[in-house]
Design a protein. Structure first.
Length: 157
């Protein structure tokens, strides 16, 4: 079985049977490849090629961003990025990369590069920067311990 879960909360996102045709024949599911862009000469096509490179680097670190790949293959890389920004979703791989000291491999970092200013609005680029900053922060937890209270003893027992 292959299991995809949220790195932040642990919620199961996807469960699928393992395939025998995976890498090195170990019964692991093969990586879904990022589709080639319709036109590599356009800015959108170049962005998709760059996302393909990022995904290859991320996989070499041991993480398969399969949700991101599926979104790219159905919406295109720029469309996937814009949908994630508009829906206020962060890829699970973003905090994973930031915690490992590789923020330059995140989608949010790439959106902020001047090269892509023709693809993304100033607001989208600002939102991507805010998300990357938040990705490195751990969720706030209560300080101290919760103590169980014992019920008062009743006399006569």
């Amino acid at each position: 079985m292959t299991l995809t879960y949220c790195g932040r909360c642990g919620w199961t996102l996807h469960l699928a049977p393992a395939r025998a045709d995976g890498p090195a024949g170990h019964g692991l599911a093969a990586y879904e490849q990022v589709a080639a862009p319709a036109d590599e000469q356009t800015l959108e096509g170049q962005f998709q090629l760059r996302c393909r490179e990022l995904i290859g680097e991320i996989r070499s670190l041991g993480f398969d961003p399969n949700v991101w790949v599926a979104m790219i293959n159905s919406l295109g890389a720029a469309g996937a990025a814009k949908k994630l920004l508009a829906d206020h979703h962060m890829l699970v791989v973003t905090p994973w990369l930031v915690r490992r000291g590789r923020p330059e491999l995140t989608l949010e970092h790439e959106i902020g590069q001047p090269r892509w200013s023709g693809l993304f609005t100033g607001e989208e680029r600002a939102e991507a920067a805010r998300r990357q900053a938040r990705a490195g922060k751990t969720p706030h937890r209560r300080r101290g311990r919760l103590r169980a209270r014992r019920a008062p003893r009743r006399s006569g027992f």
